[in-house]
Write a protein that binds this ligand. Structure first.
Ligand code: NAD
Length: 240
């Protein structure tokens, strides 16, 4: 059975990473136009680099939670293909999966980029970025380029869309966890999965605006709902 799981900021909320639109449409006190668009970066590179420097440093203070660990356990035991697509730029899935080696059919994609990477504004080449970036940070790849956060900003193309589209077109089960369904193209994955004939499940604190597009919904904190869902999925897979 082929599985695609989409995660959003809600899965990391109980680790202490604030979500995005939850209350006021601000991301950690900033308007998204300021800190999550190419225009914002061009207008004020110091503000944008500082914003992501703070987010990057915040990662040292948080840990994967029971929901990340449950998905890592699922990845270790799942016998079909399993694509985990996250909109999150934190590394909490990566850290959970590092503890339990995944089965060969597993792949993790950060479709909106990663805080712990940077890329060159001229060549697009990606480099590990564990520390702070300066406002105009010299790129090792081009004398005319700067290093910027490896984050997909609004108006930019999400990463690895061909891999994601291919997996969804083959999916038997599509699960959306902790995402508001407000940011496209991820918000459209459930419709693609339905067209492919997949069963669709939403897991969230509360039903989202798109809840009606899902066959089933499981509502409550991710640290409770995700481990319970994974247990029942592994049980039914072992019977079937
Ligand atoms: P969102 O903030 O728009 O929505 C969060 C969703 O999570 C909501 O539907 C909310 O009901 C749900 N939620 C909150 N707490 C939960 C919990 N404990 N258990 C289960 N569900 C919970 O997030 P989004 O849909 O991922 O879109 C935000 C965008 O901002 C993403 O594209 C992402 O790149 C970026 N972002 C990333 C992070 C991160 O990396 N952790 C954090 C904030 C924003």
């Amino acid at each position: 059975m082929n599985l695609v799981v989409l995660t959003g900021a809600g899965i990391s909320a109980e680790s202490g990473v604030p979500t995005f639109r939850a209350s006021d449409g601000l991301w950690e006190g900033h308007r998204i136009e300021e800190v999550a668009t190419p225009e914002g970066f061009a207008a004020n590179p110091a503000l944008v680099q500082d914003f992501y420097n703070k987010r990057r440093r915040q990662l040292a203070e948080v840990q994967p939670n029971l929901a990340h660990h449950a998905l890592a356990e699922l990845a270790a035991r799942w016998e079909g293909d399993f694509l985990l697509v996250t909109q999150n730029v934190d590394d909490l899935h990566d850290r959970a999966h590092a503890l339990v080696p995944p089965a060969p059919g597993f792949q993790l994609i950060h479709m909106h980029g990663e805080l712990l990477k940077a890329h060159c504004t001229v060549t697009g080449r990606v480099i590990d970025c564990p520390g702070d970036l300066d406002p105009r940070h010299d790129s090792p790849f081009s004398p005319d380029g700067w290093l910027r956060p490896h984050i997909v900003w609004f108006g930019e193309m999400p990463l690895a869309m061909h891999v994601i589209d291919a997996a969804i077109s083959q999916a038997d089960l599509f699960v959306s966890i902790g995402t508001s369904g407000a940011v496209y193209p991820a918000a459209g994955f459930v419709q693609d999965a339905r067209r492919a004939g997949a069963r669709t499940v939403e897991i969230n604190l509360e039903p989202t605006q798109g809840a009606g597009l899902f066959d089933d919904g499981l509502y409550g904190p991710a640290t409770e709902t995700v481990p319970a869902f994974v247990d029942s999925l592994l049980q039914s897979a072992s019977k079937g």
